[in-house]
Design a protein around this ligand. Structure first.
Ligand code: BDR
Ligand code: CA
Length: 304
């Protein structure tokens, strides 16, 4: 099994990503969930993470609250896509409390205790991961891979014409992560915008005959009215079934400077631009979308 930490801002698609990871416990060992301010404020993302663990009967998975704002802005930009509380109006049992450790320390302690073995899966703004990298200079060299959802290398952003939401919210943290030296796998809008919950694909999920499945469908249906794309679950789907995806090697840089390009992910690809440059990122550009939905329904079918 692969050891992973999900760093997230649930968020409907974050919630589905967590559910997918927990439903694949034979392949993935979810060491903990760290939360960050993003789609909604930190107290909501943390409560929602607890709620998803409860929904799957996995209150044993530690939830660690992290940063309540981006590095440079005093408050973050929020998303309107996920409803006021973040789960598309679905109300879960959010009893339980986050663990005592801060997300940054949990990430550092866990990676350093398992050198080279932990895959970080950030699917929200990158504040926690950046702060962990800054606090522990040996961290980046000890991470197996950072497989993240964020950016848009070859298409427009979804928050500004240049920037995707997770990068736009905290571009400075994204810059720290991109330059840290850990191997990166990027799931930007290039691929995630194609992973659309069409009525046909939702119908397959609607056949799920368990409570967790029904809640997943309720969340996705509410969210799909604003954004029908399942961005964050792609990260987990790739860990489980990499053959469902295609990508390209690149040197990735983040534009964190103020102005119209703030939050843009700039990718050098191809011989002309990459000449003399060591690639730092594998950018995923294509997906078998029906395959991803088949994986979701296959895994969710086994839930209760
Ligand atoms: C990203 O932004 C958030 O709204 C989603 O959860 C996803 O992580 C997509 O741009
Ligand atoms: Ca997210």
């Amino acid at each position: 099994t692969k050891k992973i930490i999900i760093d997230c801002d649930p968020g409907v698609d974050d919630a589905i990503a967590i559910m997918l990871a927990l439903s694949a416990s034979e392949e993935l060992e979810l060491l903990g969930i760290t939360t960050v301010a993003g789609n909604v404020a930190l107290d909501h993302t943390t409560r929602n993470a607890l709620g998803i663990c409860n929904l799957l009967g996995r209150s044993d998975v530690g939830v660690y609250a992290g940063c309540s704002r981006p590095l440079m802005r005093t408050t973050g930009h929020r998303s309107i896509m996920h409803g006021a509380e973040g789960l598309g109006g679905v109300v879960l049992d959010t009893s339980g409390t986050p663990r005592d450790a801060h997300a940054i320390d949990f990430i550092i302690d866990t990676v350093m205790a398992n050198p080279g073995q932990v895959t970080l899966c950030p699917i929200g703004p990158l504040t926690n991961v950046a702060m962990a990298i800054v606090k522990e200079p040996r961290l980046a060299a000890n991470i197996d891979q950072i497989v993240f959802m964020g950016g848009a290398a070859f298409r427009p952003g979804n928050t500004t014409p240049a920037a995707e939401f997770n990068i736009y919210v905290d571009p400075h943290s994204a810059h720290i992560v991109a330059t840290a030296g850990a191997p990166l796998v990027m799931f930007g809008l290039d691929v995630t915008n194609t992973v659309v919950a069409t009525p046909g694909r939702l119908k397959t999920l609607q056949q799920l005959d368990n409570d967790a499945g029904r809640q997943a469908v309720a969340m996705i249906s509410a969210y799909a009215k604003g954004d029908p794309c399942l961005h964050d679950p792609c990260v987990i789907a790739w860990l489980l079934r990499p053959e469902l995806f295609t990508g390209i090697e690149a040197f990735l840089e983040i534009d964190s400077s103020p102005g119209i390009n703030q939050g843009r992910t700039v990718a050098c690809v191809g011989e002309r631009h990459l000449a003399g440059t060591e690639p730092n990122c594998w950018i995923i550009t294509g997906a078998d979308c029906d395959g991803i939905f088949a994986l979701l329904s296959d895994k969710f079918n086994k839930l209760t």
